[in-house]
Design a protein around this ligand. Sequence first.
Ligand code: NAD
Ligand code: DAU
Length: 350
Amino acid sequence: MTILVTGGAGFIGCNFLHFLIDNVSDKIVNLDSLTYAGNIRSIEKLNEFENYKFIKGSICDKQKITSIFREHQITKVINFAAESHVDRSILGPEEFINTNINGTFNLLEVSRLYWSELSEENKSEFKFLHVSTDEVYGSLALDEPPFKETNPYQPNSPYAASKASSDHLVRAYYHTYNLPVITSNCSNNYGPYQFPEKLIPLIITNALSQKPLPIYGDGMQIRDWLYVTDHCEAIYKIINEGLIGETYNIGGNNEKTNLEVVQTICSILDDLKKNKEGSYARLITYVKDRPGHDRRYAIDSEKIKKTLNWQPKETFKTGMTKTINWYLQNSEWLENITSGSYRDWIKKQY
Ligand code: NAD
Ligand code: DAU
């Protein structure tokens, strides 16, 4: 059995690989093109394991993926590789189309050709899990019920539209070619190794260096936060026990406004790393809103809870305390990132 993980040097991918290496003895191949979001330091500990191999390459490179499938006899594919930041998709959507749509298409096409030539027994072992997002469902009003798997797709940002498009391709490969695929749609993740362009690590990073904590618009937008290890466990359940052709929504049951999230980070930091100039909350600054900003996301996780017996283990408070402690203890990892091109991005965005 060989598991191909794409995008394993990114935030969720590297957390998943750390989880996987502790749980399986199968061969694991990590394919990542190491964009600005991919970080070799996040996966360096994995090199100690004989059953793990890193390959630098893109899911857009058809020849490379074909040879990886043949050489490593891939049995499971877990596709994390993507451009993932909404604000970047607004400033420059092209890479989102290339990787999220064309890259996923390539991976599906290579999988289909490879899978079609397998023996019946090996065919039945093969699975392709596409890791997607709740943003494909669009925005909820305050009084609407959380997203179910049956909600219509209504993506609002170039990022969400590119993920929606990739989800449709995955679905089509099942219906047309019977390729054994599954899609998961997850809510906002947080935890160790998240690149500090996303809200939670950005706020922690800025607070620690006494910089303004930017809140878009009125700060009343709602996200459903899930600790990343809970997401990894859900993915592991889905790849092992999930039904072919199905989609699974994964959420934290933790709806919070952005302002609440930022205030929680400030109050945990006030306890863990007291600042002599007063609470970190004094750094909160309202800035220009994100264009087309979705107001609310929330996930109904009943299906995965009932059928695969999964539910999140962390509360928002326990997950957030773990996360902040991780960033406090891994200042070198953070310093390494927050130089060079990261500074250029922050200058452009804020
Ligand atoms: P990330 O941006 O931290 O990591 C993406 C990884 O993919 C990076 O290592 C990058 O180098 C790699 N990559 C990018 N383009 C590539 C290509 N063409 N070929 C190979 N590798 C490439 O993203 P993340 O937050 O870890 O998200 C992982 C996946 O989960 C994405 O598909 C995202 O849409 C989805 N997702 C994320 C969240 C979240 O809250 N972060 C929630 C739900 C779903
Ligand atoms: O819902 C799942 C999605 O969650 C994933 O598919 C995406 O890959 C991931 O990036 C995330 O998207 P969001 O846009 O929700 O996450 P982000 O951390 O960028 O922003 C969270 C909320 O915080 C959002 O309402 C925008 C707001 N925000 C963000 C930043 C970076 C601010 O108010 N200030 C900021 O500086």
